[in-house]
Design a protein around this ligand. Structure first.
Ligand code: GAP
Length: 509
């Protein structure tokens, strides 16, 4: 774990040093859990958003996109349940005065037990070598079983307490002897509910002022536009509406870089289906979304499903797609079968019918909804964590290389004249002009070629094109592949094809 923590610190430092992600308002000492994307970070983020949008909207004839406003009528949040129930259980340590989420304290406790399980597995793996059967070990080893039982019991009790009585959750924290990581003491306050929505005033005159909220999810903008979109696009159930955009939550625990932010971006899709078919569609979207994650070339074992034991009042099925971040497996995307809860609530609170007339059944109903909801910033973090590699090369030197999937890399091609003379810069610029309409290209003529390669490795540019004397004679260049560092000689006219061949085909997902 210490190694992972070290690795995580290095990643955060690299993200800042190389213009991916900066702390917000840094010259004023920053603002907790708020970050700015730099020149490379914004390209990565745009590429992820576009890859998601293309696979969800462009590749599905029955899904369309919208862009709804961040400010919405305040009654929407009453109807959705956010005013009354979008709370986190908060607990303070009386000695350090630090505030925590009670459920996170307990989950961290369980994560430590999980580390112990992993250590047992590692030890056994070493002991048994090739004959080690992991599945058999974790299902029969008494110590592992005891640890697993402890985790299941603890989470079960926590969920029951969160639902019924917060005093039970405090009692559990005391019984588990969970101490404040800062003060080391177990001197806790009672647990209180803390609403995560930010509010502000709309209207220029105070007597007109009205409290409104910064949206904590983009989904409600889709629900309230459901009939507008259905009627104007003549969509038939089943169909989906997608959108990406900012969401805001006043998170109690602000940590883990862009994993948990107070201002972040979501990519959500609500899929409207006939009542009674929602579980089928839930299973469908589980599969499709997992394929999307794996389509980018990240090994399958880095992802897993985590089915919700405790369902929200509006859901009849829910799962998370978790990614193995440097601090363990954590939620990256949520897939929820939300029943007809939201549309029904909006029908009740607005007094407007939210029904759909199904021409095949010749009847009207409120559709059920399956939603896929993924954090864009978390996906950036997942990509950066996976891509960050420190490699020792054959000559003993080291390089930091961001092995980002080419389709997501901020710059696709670096164009490098071998030397800054003899017509090479002009030729390099000419090549760049033919490519820059289709690809993000970067021109670099400063320093020795080796150092320029390293700079491109550090920002994840998958292809470096070097222009040398031979280029001037026969219109060929060397193409250097970031991951293998292999170099090939190809015709200038072939560059675009070679680059495109390395992009993921959306037909495969
Ligand atoms: N509409 C459903 C919804 O908002 P959620 O599980 O609360 O569900 C969906 O959020 C996704 O949004 C999460 O899986 C996560 O990737 C991202 N997310 C949620 N809170 C976040 C935060 N504070 N910072 C960054 N990403 C967040």
């Amino acid at each position: 774990m210490a190694n992972h923590e070290e690795q995580f610190k290095k990643l955060i430092a690299h993200a800042k040093e190389y213009g991916f992600i900066f702390p917000s308002s840094e010259i004023y000492d920053g603002l907790a859990a708020v970050y700015d994307y730099g020149q490379y970070g914004v390209e990565l983020k745009n590429n992820i958003r576009q890859y998601w949008w293309k696979s969800m909207v462009q590749m599905h004839e029955n899904i369309v996109g919208i862009d709804s406003a961040i400010f919405m009528h305040p009654t929407i949040w009453k109807a959705s349940g956010h005013v009354d129930a979008f709370n986190d259980p908060m607990i303070d340590n009386k000695d350090s005065k630090k505030r925590y989420r009670a459920d996170v304290l307990i989950e961290d406790y369980c994560a430590k037990i999980e580390d112990k399980i992993n250590k047992e597995i590692e030890k056994a793996e070493k002991r048994f070598g090739d004959s080690f059967d992991r599945e058999q070990f974790v299902t029969t080893n008494p110590r592992v079983l005891e640890y697993q039982r402890k985790i299941t019991d603890t989470l079960h009790r926590m969920n029951a307490g969160l639902e019924n009585n917060l005093a039970d959750v405090k009692a559990l924290i005391e019984e588990l002897e969970i101490a404040c990581p800062i003060s080391g003491s177990r001197n806790w306050t009672d647990i209180r509910q803390f609403n995560l929505m930010f509010s502000t005033q709309i209207g220029s005159l105070s007597e007109e002022a009205n409290t409104i909220y910064l949206r904590p999810e983009t989904a409600q903008g889709i629900f309230v536009n459901f009939l507008n979109v259905q009627k104007t696009s003549r969509m038939k159930v089943p169909f989906g509406i997608a959108q990406t955009g900012k969401a805001f939550r006043n998170e109690i625990v602000a940590r883990q870089f862009v994993f948990r932010m107070r201002e972040f971006e979501q990519m959500e899709m609500q899929f409207f289906v006939r009542p009674g078919t929602e579980i089928e569609w839930f299973e469908y979207w589980k599969k499709v979304r997992m394929e999307w994650h794996q389509s980018l070339g990240i090994p399958a074992e880095k992802f897993r499903f985590h089915d919700h034991e405790k369902l929200s009042h509006y859901a009849n099925a829910a799962t998370d797609i978790q990614f193995e971040f440097l601090f363990g497996f954590k939620e990256l995307e949520g897939i929820h079968s939300r029943t007809d809860f939201d549309l029904k609530q909006h029908q009740e609170f607005s007094g407007k019918k939210m029904q759909y007339f199904d021409p095949e059944l010749n009847e009207s109903y409120i559709p059920y909804v399956v939603e896929t909801s993924i954090g864009l910033d978390r996906t950036c973090l997942a990509m950066l964590s996976y891509a960050y590699n420190e490699e020792v090369l054959d000559d003993g030197s080291t390089r930091v290389v961001m092995k980002l999937p080419p389709i997501l890399a901020p710059y696709k091609i670096a164009i490098l004249p071998l030397v800054k003379k003899d017509g090479m810069p002009e030729k390099a610029r000419e090549i760049m002009d033919t490519l820059k309409q289709d690809f993000m290209c970067q021109y670099d003529e400063k320093d020795a070629i080796g150092r320029r390669y390293r700079r491109q490795d550090a920002i994840g540019t998958p292809f470096c094109i070097t222009v040398d004397t031979q280029t001037l004679e026969d219109n060929t260049v060397t193409i250097r592949y970031r991951d293998s560092m292999q170099q090939d000689r190809i015709a200038i006219s072939e560059i675009a094809n070679v680059v495109r061949k390395n992009f993921v085909s959306l037909h495969n997902i």
